[in-house]
Design a protein around this ligand. Sequence first.
Ligand SMILES: Nc1ncnc2c1ncn2[C@@H]1O[C@H](COP(=O)(O)OP(=O)(O)OP(=O)(O)O)[C@@H](O)[C@H]1O
Ligand SMILES: [Mg+2]
Length: 262
Amino acid sequence: MKDGASAIEIRDLYKSFGTNEVLRGIDFHVDPGEVVCVIGPSGSGKSTLLRCVNLLELPSAGTVRVAGAEITDPEVDLDAVRRRIGMVFQSFNLFPHLTALGNVTIAQRKVLKRARDEAERIGRANLERVGLADKIDAYPGKLSGGQQQRVAIARALAMGPEVMLFDEPTSALDPELVGDVLGVMRGLAEEGMTMLVVTHEMSFAREVADRVVFMDGGVVVEEGPAARVVSDPRHERTRSFLSRVLDPAAAPAHGPAGDVPG
Ligand SMILES: Nc1ncnc2c1ncn2[C@@H]1O[C@H](COP(=O)(O)OP(=O)(O)OP(=O)(O)O)[C@@H](O)[C@H]1O
Ligand SMILES: [Mg+2]
């Protein structure tokens, strides 16, 4: 990483789908080792923003830099970029016919061309890192949702990413399984991993994030230290969003408890 460069720097980012302008000039950065949580209502463009950061979506305008390198440069090597950025989705997308270890080694072998021994050594180490030392040979069908999500995190970590993006990693989980996944993410944060996390878990945001970014309508409405934004929001839109998330009784009655309808 270049000296002084942000881990992620997003400048004047726009993204439209047809006439639907979803991102309308997003600016913010994530410093190396920082954890930034993105919060905001359904449809505000959070997933689109994350997908633009690893080029699953091509931005309509603006730049994204990762560790000082502009990934929005049309000449960029897409595979090389994606290797530096780990992504974890709400749905785990594991291969059902592969064991946990198989899932964690396949991209290492196919994309990074690592030898089987090395890929398995790194795969085991990362499954241990997420607390699954005893599930190395288990198939996804025999794992809980929380365990499957931890395999998905280990799979991303095994590629040796410089930054990790998480898009509502606990939203599909039964409430009793959420804590294990958040615990793994908290451990990664403590190890100094740079993380950009879309989540509705406000206690995680408050306790683990360095900063919180509140998005609404494709713009950043407010950002700042996590405790400040969550406990003392400056904007009415942030306040009204937080009151709905923090008091689920006030929110419409679909979606898991403590979550915002997505
Ligand atoms: N591939 C796509 N093609 C067309 N429209 C899209 C596409 N992806 C997202 N959108 C639109 O972009 C807008 C923002 O969607 P996005 O998924 O980024 O929101 P979000 O903040 O992640 O919402 P949620 O909290 O529900 O996950 C929505 O209006 C959505 O319909
Ligand atoms: Mg989303």
